[in-house]
Structures are given as structure tokens and as C-alpha cells.
Design a protein around this ligand. Structure first.
Ligand SMILES: Nc1ncnc2c1ncn2[C@@H]1O[C@H](COP(=O)(O)OP(=O)(O)OP(=O)(O)O)[C@@H](O)[C@H]1O
Ligand SMILES: CC(C)(CO)[C@@H](O)C(=O)[O-]
Ligand code: BAL
Length: 280
């Protein structure tokens, strides 16, 4: 296990690898849990060398309080990663290291993917994600980079990012890892009380029921049904429910059997915002 904090040391490490060494990159914001570990394990299986980046990227936070309260657990992250394998490089730079003098985002055109759902409710978020992921991909030049389907819209945007920037990397999407009650694992879950964590299981239970409804009902019907279900749980504030196709992330008008759809949801519990989705 090696911990590196600077771009210079990262470059030196990468220059020491032979041409035939395949590199897997797992970008994270730390506060690691089993969801992250599933990405790391896959990267370790599929590459000679795995690099895990840990960087809480300021430019993707549209809400200052969310950034300030984002959990920071570097020591625990290092020990969790060492329990997977010792053959890992952790890259944990500072904001100054990643952004030099100016902490700001580039502006991207992700062909509409960035304007819906997370993009609508977190203005500028995907410019921030695009900026940091592009920087990381250019620094590391990995053969493969791993992202979770919990952030499905982010995964689609990163696939678009590498196409529009012509970065040669395989983007690997990994399934959502859940708590026993169905709650999608997320670093922000650490901010929930025991009772809130229990109650948050309702999000996935409702998505599963919505999937069943979607078998025979229209998307509009199912979304209305979900909204009504949340009215019975006033501690959970539904921000959005959207049924969309997985390619363009556009709302469904008429169901088409050859198209894949997902239901996407964002919910507040107190001031903690959680997202989830399910394949329909
Ligand atoms: N439950 C999960 N299952 C699979 N992948 C996950 C899960 N949670 C996070 N990931 C993936 O891990 C990578 C790093 O995510 P990140 O560090 O933001 O953690 P997070 O748990 O999503 O935190 P939060 O959503 O609270 O910011 C992303 O690609 C994300 O999609
Ligand atoms: C991809 C990412 C590491 C970029 O900061 C972040 O958005 C995340 O953890 O999902
Ligand atoms: N996992 C997505 C990163 C974010 O919420 O900013």
C-alpha cells in the first residue's frame, strides 16, 4: 500500500510501471464503504495495478453545508483498503494540488444529460464532476476507470465525457451495493441517525414496488403512485422521482419494449440528501 499526495509523485510512480502494466482507477471522495470496496475489488481483479483516488472535490458541491459536512475519514479509508489488498496506490491530493491557483470548473456540453435530475437540482454539479474526472483521467491515463451505478446519471455523463474529450479509457459501471434493508450504501449515510437509517430503507422498498407497477402501468401513473407513497412518510422529503430511458435520461412518453428504463429518485432525510435508482 502506497499513499501519494502530489501529482509529481504520482507521475514518478506511473513512469516506473512497464508498458504492459494495466492500470485501473477508482475515483472516490473517501469515507469508504462496501460500495466503494466492490469497485476496488473489481479493479484489482481486472488490472495489474489499482489506483484509488480520494478527493472531496469542492467544485461539484452546489451546497456549501453539504461540502463542509462531507465525512472525512482518511485513516479508516486507508485501513479498509489495506484489508482488500496491499497492492494498491492511494492518491489523496489537496485542493491546491488538483486546482493550482483557481478552484473552478470547466463548462461542458453533455448533450442534455447534465440538465435533468441531479443536474437540475444541483446546478453546476456535473461541470464539477467532469472537471475533476477529466483531470484524474489525464493524470493517471488508466486502462479502465470504475464508477458505481448508484450515481447512474454520473456514470452516463462520464461515458459521454470520455467520448467528447477523446480520452482512451474503458469506463466500467458497477452494480449498486445495499445495506440489508435495501438502502443504497453512501458516504452520506454516516450522517443519518440509527432511526433515520432504518426509515431510509423505505426508498428502495418503494423503488422495488414501483418496478412491479411499471410492468402494467404507465410511467406517469407510477411516478404519481410513488409521490403518494412518500406522503405517508413525512420524515422523507421526495425531491424527485423520474422514470427515464437509460441512454438520454429523458422522461418516458410511450413505453418501447426495445428500450431500457430506470426509475431515479432523490430524497431528503433531515438535511441529508440521498439518491438511488432501479432498473425497470
Ligand atoms: N452503494 C454503492 N454501490 C456501488 N457503487 C457505489 C456505491 N456508493 C458509491 N459508489 C460509487 O463509488 C464511487 C465514489 O463515490 P463517492 O465517493 O461519492 O461515494 P458515495 O457513497 O456515492 O458518497 P455520496 O453519495 O454520499 O457522495 C462512485 O463511482 C459511486 O457511484
Ligand atoms: C466521481 C467522483 C469521485 C468525482 O469527484 C465523485 O463524483 C464520486 O465519488 O462519485
Ligand atoms: N457520489 C456523487 C458525488 C456527489 O454527491 O457529489
Amino acid at each position: 500500500m502506497q499513499l501519494i499526495n502530489t501529482k509529481k509523485d504520482l507521475k514518478t510512480y506511473l513512469e516506473g510501471l512497464s508498458e504492459s502494466t494495466s492500470v485501473g482507477l477508482v475515483p472516490t471522495m473517501g469515507a469508504l464503504h462496501s460500495g466503494h470496496i466492490s469497485l476496488v475489488e473489481r479493479a484489482v481483479r481486472e488490472n495489474h495495478v489499482t489506483i484509488v483516488s480520494i478527493f472531496v472535490n469542492p467544485t461539484q458541491f452546489n451546497n456549501q453545508e453539504d461540502l463542509e459536512k462531507y465525512p472525512n475519514t482518511l485513516e479508516a479509508d486507508i485501513s479498509l483498503l489495506s484489508s482488500v489488498t496491499e497492492n494498491l496506490l492511494i492518491f489523496a491530493p489537496s485542493a491546491a494540488e488538483m486546482y493550482s491557483d483557481k478552484i473552478s470548473s470547466k463548462s461542458y456540453n453533455f448533450e442534455g444529460l447534465e440538465h435533468v435530475m441531479e443536474g437540475e437540482f444541483r446546478p453546476g454539479h456535473f461541470d464539477g464532476v467532469g472537471t475533476i474526472v477529466e483531470k484524474l483521467l489525464r493524470l493517471v491515463s488508466p486502462h479502465r476507470a470504475y464508477f458505481g451505478e448508484k450515481d447512474f446519471q454520473q456514470l452516463q455523463i462520464i461515458k459521454k465525457l470520455v467520448r467528447i474529450t477523446d480520452i482512451d479509457v474503458e469506463i466500467v459501471g458497477c452494480p449498486i451495493v445495499r445495506e440489508p434493508n435495501g438502502l443504497a450504501m453512501s458516504s452520506r449515510n454516516e450522517r443519518l441517525s440509527k432511526d433515520q437509517r432504518k426509515e431510509a430503507g423505505f426508498i428502495y422498498q418503494t423503488l422495488k414496488a414501483a418496478k412491479k407497477e411499471f410492468g402494467t402501468k404507465s410511467a406517469d401513473y407510477v411516478m404519481d403512485w410513488v409521490r403518494k407513497e412518500f406522503e405517508t412518510h413525512p420524515d422523507l422529503k421526495l425531491e424527485y422521482i423520474k422514470i427515464a430511458d437509460v441512454d438520454q435520461l429523458q422522461a418516458v412518453t410511450t413505453k418501447n419494449n426495445s428500450q431500457e428504463y430506470r426509475a431515479f429518485i432523490a430524497v431528503y432525510i433531515g438535511d441529508v440528501r440521498l439518491i438511488d435508482n432501479i432498473a425497470l
